[in-house]
Design a protein around this ligand. Structure first.
Ligand SMILES: Cc1cc2nc3c(=O)[nH]c(=O)nc-3n(C[C@H](O)[C@H](O)[C@H](O)COP(=O)(O)O)c2cc1C
Length: 189
């Protein structure tokens, strides 16, 4: 059986927020033997993304620094968990920037990013302060379509209701769903 390696990409703009709490609750119930790694995008700031696809050869330079850390971790994972709070109905800015870099990584010679992304399962975890979870549809759709763009699998979305730090503890339904989230692929939000 393939060893599972979960990468949690944390996109909140504050430490120890509701999204992370929900993600850590879910991470307590990974498939047997699975490894986990956590990266906070605020700890690994990226410079603005530049679209050089149609300039010159359209080839991107070999990543260095924080970008290299994120690329290597992304490639190494079998399961990508995008843990972003809902910001303006979509992912946070740091999360979106990380996704934009995927476009460059497609064009780094020798990385084979497209094929390697096709082998992965992508999951979403998010704290939402609106009591109607339908407002998270654009974010969930963004992440699902990005996963499917590469031919990868979509694991599903785990959404919880919270606004101030700590409030996620009161969403017992979300914390219950967290226990089986990673054990039931293609679960719906
Ligand atoms: C910039 C910004 C935009 C937000 N936009 C939304 C939104 O569109 N819908 C919503 O329900 N909550 C929105 N919120 C509230 C957060 O989703 C909520 O506070 C969440 O619990 C934050 O998660 P965190 O503690 O993991 O950072 C927004 C918060 C911020 C700071």
């Amino acid at each position: 059986m393939t060893e599972r390696r979960f990468l949690f990409v944390m996109g909140s703009a504050r430490p120890g927020g509701n999204t992370e709490t929900l993600a850590r609750a879910a991470a307590e119930h990974l498939p047997e033997g699975a490894e986990q790694r956590w990266l906070h995008l605020d700890d690994l700031p990226l410079t603005p993304f530049h679209d050089i696809r149609h300039a010159g050869e359209g080839v991107y330079p070999v990543p260095e620094g924080n970008e290299r850390v994120l690329l290597d971790a992304t490639l190494d994972a079998t399961d990508l968990v995008i843990a972003s709070p809902l910001y303006w109905y979509t992912v946070s800015a740091t999360t979106k920037l990380y996704l934009d870099y995927w476009s460059g990584w497609l064009r780094v010679p020798g990385v084979d990013f497209r094929r390697r992304m096709a082998d992965k399962t992508t999951w979403a975890i998010s704290a939402v302060s609106d009591d109607d979870m339908v407002v998270a549809d654009p974010m969930v759709g963004t992440l699902r379509l990005c996963a499917e763009y590469f031919g990868g699998r979509w694991g599903g979305a785990l959404l919880g209701f919270a606004n101030r730090p700590g409030e996620i503890a009161a969403d017992h339904d979300a914390l219950t769903r967290a226990k089986s989230f990673f054990l039931t692929p293609r679960a719906t939000a």
